[in-house]
Write a protein that binds this ligand. Structure first.
Ligand SMILES: CC(C)(COP(=O)(O)OP(=O)(O)OC[C@H]1O[C@@H](n2cnc3c(N)ncnc32)[C@H](O)[C@@H]1OP(=O)(O)O)[C@@H](O)C(=O)NCCC(=O)NCCS
Length: 190
């Protein structure tokens, strides 16, 4: 076990009481410009839903009750395939604990859990610019790097989007209470 400032960090399965601290650390670490992936954004539902659906693949590292990092993952069973994949979905380490081997230990813990659950392959992903994470993954045996291209399409100019928007505006207009002359009078003279 690596030691940070002479004190060891413990890695254990996440429990319900960790949720708030895990969410807060994710909020601090996964900033908009450093989102690990384009198709997942960090919000309160991420740790909650992963904890509820795949709790055995959620780990935290702590020292003296302070959260040092977390690894959250899930098991993916592909249809028509005998293989199940362990997906390391979120990994974060508190800046105060960085470069102390915390992520490495979290990866080791979640790897064991995936193997115990029958996974034959593990997947991790991150932004192509996240050189630190890519180095960490390489060092931990993630080697078969595959490039993936994300494209986006702005839907705001799409006729269906514009039509829907117009309809919503009209509906809103209809919902507004009509305060006319008659309404005003009747208020004064009940
Ligand atoms: C990426 C991250 C999880 C690494 O956590 P960590 O606990 O500092 O990592 P470790 O101490 O286990 O580092 C293991 C190896 O990764 C590489 N590495 C880690 N931090 C590095 C850095 N700042 N610069 C270069 N290499 C680095 C090194 O190869 C290191 O081994 P070494 O220290 O023996 O050279 C952490 O920096 C982080 O939370 N980043 C923001 C969130 C993120 O990008 N998550 C990953 C995608 S979900």
């Amino acid at each position: 076990m690596k030691k940070l400032n002479g004190k060891s960090v413990d890695v254990r399965e996440m429990v319900l009481e960790d949720l708030a601290a895990v969410y807060a650390l994710g909020e601090a670490v996964f900033t908009a410009d450093k989102w690990p992936s384009l198709y997942r954004t960090w919000d309160e539902y991420e740790p909650v839903s992963l904890f509820l659906s795949d709790g055995q693949f959620c780990f935290v590292a702590e020292r003296d009750g302070r959260l040092a990092g977390f690894a959250l993952g899930s098991l993916i069973d592909k249809r028509n395939s005998a293989w199940s994949y362990g997906y390391l979905t979120w990994l974060a380490v508190d800046p105060g604990f960085k470069r102390g081997g915390v992520a490495t230990r979290l990866i080791a813990a979640i790897t064991d859990a995936f193997i115990d659950a029958g996974a034959r392959m593990m997947i991790a992903d991150t932004d192509a610019d996240n050189a630190v994470a890519i180095r960490l993954f390489h060092k931990n045996g993630f080697l078969r790097e595959e490039r993936h291209v994300y494209l986006s399409k702005n839907l705001v100019q799409h006729p269906r989007y514009r039509g829907l928007r117009k309809k919503k505006e009209k509906d809103k207009e209809k919902e507004k209470p009509k305060v006319g002359l008659r309404g005003a009078r009747s208020k004064k003279k009940p």
